[in-house]
Design a protein. Structure first.
Lengths: 451, 457
């Protein structure tokens, strides 16, 4: 029996803003490895552990055409199912014997892999990691077993309301675009994938020109470079072009209700976002923190949860992808409170559009964003991932020190401008009510057509 | 292959240091126990305050109050009003939250080291100055009802879990949902919350753990200054009903229209983490060798027989009273759940008949020992282990020196633990199924984005 712990609040993982910034006194070393890839490294001598994060850009689920959607996910679950001369059981037994943690993760834009090992077992660990990324076996019995597992999972998700609304939301925001499809694919696509499809995915996407690496460990920089090259050596120089086209979310300002028999409705509302490389990104982060991005202190938290007791959780995010950005908000509330909650949220956004935020709010949000980043760097694995994130966003190794200045420049006027960009779609748009695409799943009263 | 594995292990174990990590401790005159775990990798500290009171300590007419009070602890004190209290940590970039379990209630914050004094002042303040206002209480009740709907009424898996847990215990409160049932939350009063606060929230019923870039030399004066002034209260007594012997297996079968994929779970009564004879560690090793993709359950049910899509085991060890040992299998699409249950039973029978092997135990032991080294990368995890362990009555040595305990576990102990736990008469079997079916739907499933016709607007 699982006895779950109850938390005072829980945020949905994918709504979390992507935190980046200064503060941990972190000495980033960079080197070009003998095989010519760039490595970012933080040396942490106090633990006998090496953690490495490898990411292939333009290799995520959204790089696949509609009939291949889900191929990246099936690849993800098959990479530790045998590689080189080691069949599935032998490969996994080796991982067990060495106590190596190896994880693969297909995201929307990227395909990621992490390795964590005791330093004393680093050579064997990196050899296995390299095998998994460059010579996966894709034996028929393993493919069929993992296909069955993915199909079982997809079958379960068909009727999962959170999954239904998330799929509906991205389809609505990015119709016909890779960003509008689930990385896990559909039963129809997953049933058809062949060994050749899997091999093609690996060959065309796990390539040196897509590779970004961050590592934390207790060995010298040159030794880390040698280890990384064990992985690089097995990868082809270049693959096929799979660049995702730029996209702007479709925001229609209407409300869709998916009738579902449950007492509490979930509501997602979407607007335009601000991309990572946009000069307004920092203003958007501050606006989001003030409006709904921070638990306990955001305006929406106070109005919806503290003052009215309407919801356990309400939050917003400026969600950043490689080739698009969108604004998304979430609230879950009793069916008879859906209309009231949506009205309140829209009124709060209208207020931000009309009046902006105060200097006090701006200062508080800035302090929060600068401070919270330091706290997120609390394990070697997370630091390795952050080293990769900074590179993927092309922020430069000095970014950690520039962060305070970047947030420091934001003014209350910037916030007004960026509010119009997010909630009206254009900074020059005439002031009017917020434009939001809203989707509800549940059986809301007085919202949408009666069930 | 097995022999090679065993050899590789011997080399590793000898290199693991004696204590897994270091803890400094102190006891204040008012009974507050203080523990410090140092980690100077980053200029960050975590404060965790554990109260030895959880949902299993509630009286029958006030179920849900432990968790309710946890929420009220964010509503401000007589010295710091609610919005200020909630905002101050976030404005420093800090993170805070709280959690209620059956045995403990815990409050925690992670902040830059310069804010350590601030969070200690605030946490000490709400240990004795909480200002519960009735209006805030009633508003928070609505929030908690939404939380409950989110976890249970809206989730067939949550509702099933509640029924399943209830079936495991006839009288012990571990069978109750921590949040309380809806009608119980509805009935709670402002006075219930206040009574709970007065009964349990006092320095002599708490453990303070500070972890991160600090030391006892820095923490102790601050603890004296802020916590030391709070008077000791009358030592609260826990009354835990004792579970009678289970003589008959129990089955919980739930059909729900929202479920498309069946699942099978099994839970056995098992000793809790305070038993000192090595049984909890033997059970953790047993769970480990049953789990994972090279484990017995996955290899047999998923790889060899192809009846499962996934399978695993778990032991909920760190509890004050008797815990549970759980098994679960997700049947492969189209395979009847009864077939899966027979396969699971056969696997357990085989384990009881033949016993586990030396190589399996060594491999699992190594996994646990390496995990203890990896655990040092997460100082908050260490703080949690200390706080929870001390709160259920383990000693400092028992929470910091697990490696030695695991090194001493023998194959015979693992087999004895398996015999002790895997008694079907002391089990609950749970099935969460689609309506009016005992297995997966035979027909082809609907397209991924489709909604059943009956549910369309």
């Amino acid at each position: 029996m699982k006895r779950a712990l109850l938390f005072a609040f829980v945020a949905l993982a994918w709504f979390g803003p992507w935190p980046l910034g200064a503060a941990r006194a972190m000495d980033i070393q960079t080197i070009r490895t003998p095989l010519g890839v760039e490595l970012w490294y933080v040396r942490e001598p106090s633990l006998p552990i090496i953690a490495v994060n490898v990411v292939f850009q333009e290799a995520g689920g959204a790089t696949l055409p509609p009939d291949k959607v889900g191929l990246g996910y099936l690849t993800q679950v098959l990479l530790d199912e045998g590689a080189g001369d080691l069949k599935s059981f032998e490969f996994q037994r080796k991982l067990d014997e060495l106590s190596v943690d190896m994880n693969f993760d297909v995201a929307t834009d990227t395909f990621g892999a992490t390795l964590r090992t005791l330093t004393e077992r680093r050579d064997e660990a990196f050899a296995l990691f390299a095998l998994a990324l460059s010579r996966p076996r894709f034996d028929e019995d393993a493919i069929e077993r993992m296909r069955a597992s993915v199909l079982t999972e997809l079958t379960r998700r068909i009727d999962d309301p959170d999954d239904i609304i998330n799929r509906a939301f991205v389809e609505r925001m990015f119709p016909g675009h890779g960003y509008g499809r689930s990385v896990r694919g559909t039963i129809q696509t997953v049933e058809r994938f062949t060994k050749a499809d899997l091999q093609e995915f690996v060959r065309t996407r796990f390539t040196r020109d897509r590779l970004v690496i961050g590592a934390v460990g207790d060995v010298p920089l040159e030794e880390m470079a040698r280890l990384v090259d064990i992985v690089v050596a097995g990868l082809p120089e270049k693959g096929a072009d799979a660049r995702i086209p730029e996209a702007r979310p479709m925001v229609t300002n209407d409300l869709e209700v998916i009738r579902w028999p449950m007492p509490q409705s979930t509501v997602l509302f979407g607007g335009y976002g601000i991309k990572r490389e946009d000069p307004d990104y920092y203003a958007a982060a501050i606006l989001n923190a003030v409006l709904g991005g921070t638990s306990f202190i955001s305006r929406l938290w106070n109005v919806v949860r503290e003052e009215r007791g309407l919801a356990y959780s309400v939050n917003t995010s400026n969600a950043v992808l490689e080739h698009a950005a969108y604004f998304v908000g979430y609230v879950a509330t009793n069916n008879d409170k859906v209309g009231e909650s949506i009205d309140l949220i829209r009124a709060e956004i209208d207020r931000v559009l009309r009046d902006g935020i105060t200097q006090t709010e701006l200062d508080a949000a800035r302090t929060y964003l600068l401070g919270s980043f330091a706290l997120s760097l609390d394990t070697n694995t997370r630091i390795a991932r952050t080293l990769v994130s900074i590179q993927v966003a092309d922020l430069g190794v000095g970014y950690m020190n520039q962060r305070e200045a970047l947030y420091g420049k934001v003014t209350v006027d910037d916030i007004r401008r960026v509010a119009r960009r997010i909630f009206l779609g254009d900074e020059n748009a005439p002031l009017g009510p917020v434009k939001l695409s809203t989707i509800v799943i549940g059986d809301p009263v007085g919202v949408g057509k009666p069930g | 292959m097995f022999a090679a594995a065993a050899l590789a292990l011997a080399a590793v174990c000898s290199q693991v240091q004696a204590a897994d990590f270091k803890v400094d401790t102190a006891l204040l005159a008012n009974g507050l126990f203080v523990a410090v775990v140092e980690d100077h990798r980053a200029p960050v500290v975590t404060q965790m305050l554990y109260y030895r009171a959880g949902s299993a300590d509630e009286l029958p007419h006030q179920r849900g109050v432990a968790h309710f009070l946890e929420h009220m602890m964010f509503q401000g004190t007589s010295t710091t009003p609610g919005p200020e209290f909630r905002g101050v940590i976030a404005r420093f970039g800090g993170r805070e939250n709280a959690t209620t379990s059956a045995d403990t209630t815990t409050y925690f914050q992670t902040v830059g080291r310069e804010a350590l004094e601030l969070v200690m002042r605030l946490e000490a303040d709400r240990m004795h100055n909480l200002a519960i206002d009735e209006k805030a209480f009633l508003s928070e009740k609505e929030v908690i009802k939404e939380e409950r709907r989110n976890r249970y009424e809206n989730e067939p898996g949550g509702q099933f879990g509640e029924q399943y847990a209830a079936a495991q215990y006839l009288v012990h409160p571990y069978g109750n949902p921590i949040i309380g049932h809806m009608h119980e939350i509805e009935k709670l009063t402002w006075q219930d919350a206040l009574d709970w606060y007065k009964r349990w929230y006092m320095p002599n019923n708490a453990t303070l753990v500070i972890a991160g870039d600090t030391s006892m030399a820095e923490v102790l004066p601050l603890a004296e200054k802020y916590y030391g002034v709070i008077p000791r209260g009358p030592d609260p007594q826990r009354f835990r009903p004792k579970e009678p012997p289970q003589l008959a297996e129990r089955r919980v079968i739930m059909y729900d229209a929202r479920v498309r994929q069946p699942s099978l779970s099994r839970s056995y009564m098992a000793p809790g983490g305070t038993l000192r004879d090595g049984t909890p560690q033997a059970l953790a090793i047993l769970a480990s060798l049953l789990s994972g993709s090279t484990g017995r359950l996955y290899q047999s049910l998923v790889v060899q027989q192809g009846v499962g899509a996934s399978a695993g085991a778990g032991y909920s060890g760190a509890t004050l009273d008797d815990a549970t040992f759980g098994l679960f299998v997700s049947p492969r699409r189209g395979v009847d759940v009864a077939v899966v249950e027979r396969a699971l039973d056969a696997e357990i029978d085989r384990l009881l008949l033949e016993g586990v092997t030396e190589a399996e135990v060594e491999l699992a032991r190594q996994g646990v020992l390496t995990g203890l080294i990896f655990a040092r990368d997460n100082v908050m995890g260490l703080a949690r282990r200390v706080g929870n362990g001390l709160s259920i009555g383990l000693t400092v040595d028992e929470v910091t020196n697990l490696s030695d305990k695991y090194r001493g576990i023998t194959v015979a102990q693992v087999n004895a633990a398996a015999k002790r736990v895997f008694d079907k008469r002391r089990s609950v079997t749970g099935m969460l199924l689609p309506p009016a079916a005992t297995g997966a739907p035979a027909a082809a499933p609907a397209p991924a984005a489709a909604i059943p016709a009956a549910a369309r607007p």
